[in-house]
Ligand binder design. Sequence first.
Ligand code: EPZ
Length: 429
Amino acid sequence: MDRIAISGGAQLEGVIPISGAKNSAIKLMAASLLTDEPLRLTNMPRLADTRFLARLLERLGVEVVEQDGPEGPETVLHAPEIVSAIAPYDLVRQMRASFNVLGPLVARTGQAKVSLPGGCTIGARPVDLHLEALRALGATIDLHEGYVYAQAPRGLTGAEIAFPFVSVGATEHAMLAAVLAKGETVLSNAACEPELADLADCLNAMGAKVSGAGTPIVRIQGVDRLHGTDHAVMPDRIETGTFALAAAMTGGEVRLTGTRSELIDTLLDKMIEAGVEVRRHEDGLTVKRNGSRLRAVEVTTDPYPGFATDLQAQFMALMTLAEGESVIRETIFENRFMHAPELMRLGADISVSGGEARVRGVPALDGAPVMATDLRASVSLVIAGLAARGETLVSRVYHLDRGFERLEEKLGGCGAKVRRIPGNGEVEA
Ligand code: EPZ
């Protein structure tokens, strides 16, 4: 398997273009199941996760064409008919969000059989809220041998769905199913992540009637059919935040373009508190840090607009070099500190107890071999490696390829010494 070698110490200077959001793109792709007309998604990131989902959608009957359009990479998805309503385990386990094809399949065909996604390194990640939402919309749900069998032969019916806690995936899933239900659906305690608003914008352009997406109450007036449209995927706020943190970590000055600074307001407030300079522009932001030492600050992850759990590992990397003790609390996932012991291999001083990590800043990190455990954890090791003395070798980089487009190229363009060492097919333990 490929590894990434980083020779640390170079400051980052330059411009990094931000790609379309992975976590929006994969839900938008699933929306193609809802219509027999083509859905053209522009500003598409090219990632392992979008490829995994494309493979599954093709199996269900969607023609997927990736092309370079006038505005850059785009994907046209066209499902004239659903040829299979079965999403098998071998495809769903590769990318959990594939599970979200269940709702659109039931909404369009009246039935579906979709594998349960299983656990994941950051926690158990059940899908009970997804299933409750589909039941509320009138689907019969049975579980057998690791599969969900859902049936709604006479179609779905609008319902009031009050989520007991905030779930991004369950909110998106309910929205994807309810757009074709009869009557009105009201989602309360809905997730407010900007990707929800992006999905609603696309669904509305397809003829749906969704209002309030991006707030805790979402109203969906069901329609009989949806049509095709063109939609530009929103910028990736986690990629934006990750490169902002990389620039802060190494020092230097980096301009991030093709994005929106307000998507990461909570992170930027914390970075400014830590001593990083931030300038906002119409098409992004510039992050700068001179030689002065960072200050430790506390963060607690929360649903949007709180501090994003997907930026927690990268922020922890930054705090390893700050002056003082930072307390980082993870409230979204039960096991999302796997990067801490790897950062400690680079010389970080971290202690973890339950959902809380205490990071006592050290003056410098030293390169070492480390292992990626999930997507965001692995990029935290890359940015720590950029600031460490000597060489850091990150293995299991297939995690990175799931969610960061052309990472080495983007960092390399700003002077980072990052290279990929192709694997020879061996499997890492
Ligand atoms: C999305 O996951 C993102 N994934 C995650 O990003 C992100 O960390 C997360 O939202 C929170 O922002 C995608 O968009 C593909 P949730 P999702 O449902 O939808 C529990 C990345 O690195 N829960 O909001 O799965 C769940 O276990 C990924 O890009 C239930 O108990 O997150 C978690 O503790 C990682 N039952 C909490 O809710 C359910 O039915 C929030 O999860 C659903 C969720």
